[in-house]
Every structure is written in C-alpha cells, then in structure tokens.
Design a protein around this ligand. Structure first.
Ligand code: F6P
Length: 545
C-alpha cells in the first residue's frame, strides 16, 4: 500500500479505537437519517450499508484512503487499456466485452469493439440456430447442451444459467467441470448423444480437467455416432484457436476471445455461449447491458454514490480496520445459489495475494475468505456461528422485491427472514432482555441464571443489503459487475495485481509430477514421507477389491 494511504489507514485504526464501545445500533440513535445517508443506488439496485460501524468521519477517511491509493488514476489506467496485469504483461478489458455498437475501446492503438461484436454476432447466429433446430445433431434438434470447462470457464455460465432459470426456453444445459469422472458420467447418463451439443470452454485449451472431460465426451460420442459426428456435436470457446482445430472442432464452430479477458471475468465473452443458448440472445444482451450500466456508474459517479467503491471501502473497513477474516455472501434468492461460489473465484483468485505491485510483501491483510449459501438454508446451518460464535463475519444479504417464481406468501416469508437476520445481527439480545423473556415464560430464578448466558446475542455484527426489483438478466449483469469493480477497487487500494493467479500453478505442476506415481509407472522416491505413505496406502487399497 502506498505510504500516503498507510497514514490514512492508521488514522482509521485510531478512530476505530476511539469508537470502542460504540455500537452500530447507536449510530442509528445518533442519526435518524442514517439509512438515507448510508445507502446508495446503482440503477434499480439499492445498496444499504447503514448496518455497519462506518460513520460520517470514518467514511470520509475511507474516501481519502481510496484517493491516496490512486484509485482514480488506476481506474483510468484500467479503462484506458494500460497493461495493468503487469506480471502477465496484459491489459484487462473484460468491460469491452459488454460494449454496445456505438462504443470504442482502444487497446494498443486498435479499437477492439468490432472484433468483440463480430464474435458476439456469430454467437447470436449460432445460438439462434441451435435454439430453432436449424443447427442440429445427428438425431435432430439439440435437446441438451453440455458446457465442459472449469474455474472461470464454468462458474460464470453455471451461476448465471441457474440465476436466470425462469428465463430458460432453450435446450437443457449441463455443466461438467471436475476431473472426477463422476461429474461427466453423471451427465452423460442423462443425455442422448444424437441430440447433445458439447461446448468445450477453455481460455487456454490446455487445462487438464477440461481436456480430460472433453476427450471422454468425444470418445463417448464417437462410440455412439462415429468419428464424423464430432464436427456437428462439438463447439469450442477459447482464445487458443490453434488448439481447437487439433481437437476436431472447425473454425466456424469456434468462438474466440482474447488474452485481455481473465478467466474469472469471461462470462461476458464466448464463454457465455451456454447461457445465450439457454435464455436467448435478447436476454443475453440485457445481461451485458446491466454490466455496461455499472461500468458507466463506476466511472462517472462520485465516491459518495459509487456503489462498487462503497462496497470495496466497507470491505476494507472490515478487513483492515476491524480485522475480520471472512466475508459471507448470503443471497435470499434461490436462483443465486451458485453466486457465492462464483464470487469465491472472482474475489479470492483476484485478491488472494501477498506480494504487491512493486514485488514487496504487503503490509496489510488483503482479500478475505469469501463464502456463503442461500438464505434461508444457511440459517439452519451456519448462522449459529454468525450470531453467537467468536468470529465476527460481515455479510452481504441479497434480496429481490419481486419473487422470480411467485407462489403463496413464500416471498414475503423469505424477505422477512432476510430483514430479520440483519436486524438480529445488529441488535443482538442483551442478558437483560433474555432474563425478561425467560421470566415471562415462568422460569425459576436459578433456571434463568443457568440459561441466560447461552441465549445472549452479542449483536453489533455488520451486514450490507442489496435490494433489487427482481432477478432479471439486466440486474444479474449489474450484480456481477458491481462485485467485479469492488474487487478492482480493493486491489487498487492494496496495490496488488488483481488479474494474475500464480497461486494456482504449483498444485497443477505437482499433480503433473505425481500422476505417473499414482498410475504406478514411477516410484515415489524423493517425495515427502507423507506422500510416499499415502501413495503406498492408495496402491494397497487399489489392489484390493
Ligand atoms: O486454475 C485457474 C484457472 O487458470 C482460472 O483462472 C481459469 O478460470 C481456470 O483455470 C480455467 O482455465 P481455462 O479457461 O484456460 O481452461
């Protein structure tokens, strides 16, 4: 972090210490207009951060922190297409993928929008023809689409197709990611080879999991329909156009993108083809438009009303000032059930870094552990810890005003639970309140004394709430882009490269070394004692039925 930013961080820490004992609920007592002052809108999405410990003074300091960290300059460098991914020597321009026809995005002196729109047009034609049955398999119109990819080549489409489930009117979609054969076999059991289209989604077209699954799918298809079916039943989504041909996928079935699109930012590119086929090109366009609106908001809004900046600063407050390690994402929206998993990659692969842009070890904590599950399910699982555990877990709650699928009073109950949780987390329940309740229930004094401590909720646990009209393609595009830019702002403040992912490489390398040992083709000499022991036990178990 830049020295000037560090000084402000120190001031923030001092204010936090001075505020010791001040509770979030007190902030509402002090300011009846707190909700209005500590919430902001990005289009139709309301972001409420009033239930955090941030007050006007600390918010002012957080804005100063962002400015001192060079946020404005860094954002300009990002949108101007400078090489911000310095360790891979690349610009970062996933925003260009959601451009409209009237935009231009210059990269190395060239406008990339015509190429982006060119691929998008081809995707639209392909998706339209697959949906109508004009492009078909050996057995007629495709009934099933199987996207084979992992990480950013899986999580975006998988999350977004689940999120927009009510909008599906195309073929069924399936997603295979894990190299565990169970993943692909479970899908292959359910589909008819003659009516199944495989999309091999891989930026690099070298990822072990994806190439293994693609080879298995190809062999399965060839066994059923013969070698000449491959061309009709496969398409590729990749930047590695040289490798897709070698797999047997023709150029007109290959949808490219570019090295300035990070895997975890690629759902807007050809990687989104499964989503486009599922919901149709018009809705996919609305999805892009939502993200585009956020790009505009992020670039033009003042910090006070800039939702991704506010989201990031709330996170900095919790991570660097309050010292909270994790961040929960709790969608009260069943269709967002993969959103926490998607955000895990977006946030943790981007900001899980310990070396800054100068190559020095960072001096502050960086990205938190991101996790979550949809409400209300989580309430009956891990909320116990959120309410009464020893760790404070800042959480984002997401809820629509209108249900995606209305039935009875389900949605009112869902919303009541979401609002109740954020209130319970903020207020908690004091020992006095607990004792009173127990007295009202007629318990004896010694019983009250015994039970009361267990029933106390410390409260003062921070939450933010996102409220949106309904989960449309546009709103989904907005939500994703809000988190993308939040991650960028935090990376900018921490002065790290949010766009590389070297931390995933070592495991891949070692898996490559270990494979011949697992296969029994090489002995494990020189590996750690534990690995040798595990390999020996593995082989012993494999040799018994
Ligand atoms: O393992 C990490 C990673 O490189 C991600 O960043 C990426 O999204 C994923 O693997 C898949 O990579 P590819 O699209 O090249 O198969």
């Amino acid at each position: 972090m830049k020295p000037a930013a560090h000084l402000i961080l120190d001031q923030l820490k001092k204010s936090h210490v001075e505020q010791e004992g001040l509770r979030i609920a007190d902030l509402f007592e002090q300011d009846s207009g707190r909700f209005d002052r500590f919430s902001a809108n990005c289009g139709d999405i309301l972001f409420d951060y009033s239930k955090t410990g941030i007050d006007a003074e600390t918010r002012g300091l957080l804005f100063e922190l962002a400015a001192a960290a060079g946020l404005n300059e860094k954002r300009k460098a990002l949108f101007d297409g400078e090489i911000v991914n310095v360790t891979e020597g690349r610009a970062v321009q996933h925003m260009a993928l959601r451009s409209s026809v009237d935009q231009s995005v210059m990269l190395e002196g060239e406008d990339v929008v015509p190429a982006v729109l060119g691929v998008r047009d081809r995707m639209v034609r392909f998706a339209t023809d697959v949906r109508s049955g004009r492009i078909a398999g050996k057995g007629g119109a495709f009934t099933d689409i199987v996207n084979i990819g992992i990480g950013g080549s899986d999580l975006g489409p998988v999350m977004a197709t689940a999120a927009l489930a009510p909008d599906h009117d195309g073929p069924r979609t399936h997603f295979v990611s894990n190299v565990d054969g169970a993943d692909i076999l479970d899908v292959l059991k359910r589909v008819d080879p003659a009516k199944t289209l495989f999309l091999v989604a891989s930026k690099t077209f070298t990822t072990q999991e994806t190439m293994t699954n693609a080879a298995t799918a190809r062999a399965w298809l060839v066994a059923a329909l013969g070698e000449d079916a491959v061309g009709d039943h496969f398409a590729a989504l990749s930047t590695a156009l040289d490798k897709t041909g070698a797999f047997g996928i023709a150029d007109d079935r290959t949808f490219g993108f570019w090295d300035w699109v990070g895997g975890r930012y690629s759902v807007w590119s050809a990687i989104g083809l499964s989503l486009m086929i599922a919901v149709g090109p018009e809705k996919f366009e609305r999805f892009l438009a939502g993200a585009r609106a956020v790009d505009e908001h992020f670039q033009t809004s003042q910090m006070e009303s800039n939702v991704p900046v506010l989201m990031a600063l709330v996170g900095i407050w919790h991570r660097n000032i309050c010292g909270y390690d994790t961040h929960a994402v709790l969608p009260y929206d069943q269709h967002l059930h993969r959103f926490p998993a998607y955000l895990q990659q977006l946030d943790m692969e981007s900001n899980g870094k310990r070396i800054d842009l100068n190559g020095d070890e960072v001096s502050t904590a960086t990205g938190p552990i991101v996790w979550g599950e949809p409400g209300t399910n989580g309430q009956h699982a891990f909320y116990q810890l959120i309410h009464q555990g020893t760790s404070v877990i800042p959480a984002d709650f997401l809820i629509a005003a209108h249900p995606a699928e209305p039935v009875g009073d389900h949605h009112e109950k869902l919303a009541a639970n979401a609002f109740a949780q954020t209130e319970a987390l903020m207020f908690g329940k004091t020992v006095k309140q607990v004792e009173e309740t127990l007295r009202e229930q007629g318990l004896a004094a010694d019983e009250i004394a015994r039970l009361a401590p267990h029933k106390v909720f410390p409260g003062n646990r921070p939450t933010c709430t996102f409220l949106y009209p309904r989960l449309t393609p546009f709103i989904l595009g907005q939500l994703i882009a809000l988190y993308e830019h939040k991650v960028f702002v935090q990376g900018a403040i921490w002065n790290i490269n949010s766009f590389d992912q070297w931390g995933v490489e070592l495991g891949k390398e070692l898996a490559g070394e270990l494979l011949p040992m697992v296969k029994g083709e090489k002995d494990a000499e020189g590996r750690s004692g534990s690995t040798q022991g595990l390999l020996a036990a593995y082989h012993a178990m494999r040799n018994t039925a």
